[in-house]
Write a protein that binds this ligand. Structure first.
Ligand code: URA
Length: 237
């Protein structure tokens, strides 16, 4: 990468401003002052300093999106609006959603270009917990909670892995729970509720691994993860 592009990417100024900074001798690469804006550097290896302060080139970006209903979890779609259209100004090349929420599901969706982190979060071997707030029609018996918590037959070769159920409210023909699952099978929550004789009316993901949906983030909005959130998400794996 050219030195002037590196500095622009680091938001030190416009292309012409950073050229001036370079020509004034304020920038060093590996402790040697460089006065040529077209100097080529390896942003992964070389140490660039501006007025003595080291600059770390940031290429990986992490965002929390509060997905609304009505958008599909895809980077491109010819017919439907996608979650990526909700982040028009997000910095970072090749961003993508980590995992998939159904079109009518709301809640926490991690958007990043960190393929390694995404791969680990989605790996079936990692058993990353995902918690959903689920409003259902049907009856929630003690037996159906035991079934969800021990594994249910949703029509796949294997029963689901044990989930955790937290009852939030219940009436005769409907109930609301928080369901934590450690897999990511297709329509898994809806199929689990179906397996105990109910139907899902509303589904929202509230957490994934150590990352929880920010209660102050309006539906349809996004924000960058904090350094602490990124750290905690990585610690988890
Ligand atoms: N389970 C579902 O059924 N749908 C989702 O969107 C996520 C989990």
């Amino acid at each position: 990468m050219r030195l002037d592009k590196f500095l622009c990417d680091m938001q030190l100024g416009t292309r012409s401003q950073v050229r001036e900074i370079i020509k004034k001798g304020l920038v060093s690469v590996n402790e040697t002052i460089v006065r040529h804006p077209d100097f080529k550097l390896d942003e992964g290896k070389d140490t660039v300093t501006y007025m003595g302060n080291a600059l770390t080139y940031k290429t990986l970006y992490y965002y929390m999106l509060h997905k609304p209903s009505g958008v599909v979890t895809a980077t491109k779609d010819n017919h439907e609006p996608t979650v990526m259209e909700l982040l028009p100004d997000a910095e970072g090349k090749d961003l993508f959603p980590v995992g998939r929420l159904d079109k009518d599901t709301e809640g926490l969706l991690l958007i990043t270009n960190d393929g390694d982190l995404a791969h680990k979060l989605l790996s079936p071997r990692k058993h990353v917990p995902k918690t959903y707030y689920v409003e259902c029609n049907g009856e929630l018996s003690k037996d159906s909670i035991v079934q969800l918590e021990s594994g249910v037959d949703i029509g796949d070769a294997e029963l689901t892995l044990p989930a955790k159920v937290k009852r939030i409210s219940q009436s005769e023909h409907s109930y609301t729970i928080e369901l934590t699952i450690v897999e990511g099978r297709f329509h898994q929550v809806k199929r689990m509720i179906q397996a105990i004789g109910g139907t899902v009316n509303y589904l929202k993901r509230v957490s994934m691994g150590n990352l929880s949906l920010d209660a102050a983030l309006p539906k349809g909005s996004y924000r960058p993860l904090t350094e602490q959130e990124i750290f905690e998400l990585k610690q988890f794996l």
